[in-house]
Design a protein around this ligand. Structure first.
Ligand SMILES: [Zn+2]
Ligand SMILES: [Zn+2]
Length: 204
């Protein structure tokens, strides 16, 4: 897959941003300007001069539009959504070398407001995924009660859960308990007749 390290970093911020939404995690994680400030610091988003309520509203709106790309029905629809986000961002690609990152491209205009900054950077990261024909890597967690998203960058595209330490494990435990329950039931049944062999799949 032709995805650069910079795109991978942007995709990581994208996933973190989408998973702050109430529909992903049950409550709004970007509820106020200080929460947005903390997000900017944690994700090391550069050239952000100031943040206010308008910035918060812009980021929340952008988040909804970016999430739509994950659930797009076709590549044409995904491309349309990405193009609209990137067009409004007013991208100005430029080579920069800051904080010992080496030369890389910033797609946002210098010191752009965070809404446009993220629209440019995250929109372009999605553009590269669509261009590479890798849209299927934009996934929603398969755990039944989880609506978090992730980008599957595994070699064999086998990732199913947003975070194997939580959703993946939780499902493993649930599958284990289900196997135990059916084993117990089978034992009881075998008192009357021979139980069928265990056929519950082991999961991943
Ligand atoms: Zn940079
Ligand atoms: Zn999950």
């Amino acid at each position: 897959m032709l995805i650069t390290h910079d795109t991978e970093c942007a995709l990581s911020i994208l996933v973190e941003l989408l998973n702050t939404a109430p529909q992903a995690c049950g409550s709004e994680q970007l509820a106020d300007v200080p929460a947005l400030s903390a997000f900017v610091v944690k994700q090391a988003i550069s050239e952000i001069d100031s943040l206010g309520p308008a910035d918060l509203a812009a980021v929340q709106a952008l988040r909804g539009r970016l999430r739509e790309v994950f659930s797009a029905d076709s590549t044409e629809q995904a491309a349309e959504l990405v193009n609209a986000v990137v067009a409004e961002a007013g991208t100005t690609p430029r080579l920069v070398n800051h904080d010992h990152h080496g030369w890389h491209i910033h797609y946002f205009a210098p010191h752009a407001a965070i809404g446009r900054h993220l629209a440019a950077e995250l929109g372009m990261a999605l553009a590269f995924i669509v261009m590479a024909g890798e849209r299927e890597r934009l996934r929603r967690c398969e755990a039944p009660d989880c609506a978090r998203v992730f980008v599957d960058l595994s070699r064999n595209r086998s990732r199913r859960y947003c975070d194997s330490r939580t959703c993946g494990n939780r499902l493993h435990v649930a599958a284990y308990r289900a196997r135990q329950r059916s084993a117990d039931a089978a034992q009881e049944a075998s008192a009357q007749e021979t139980a069928a062999p265990e056929t519950v799949p082991a999961g991943t």
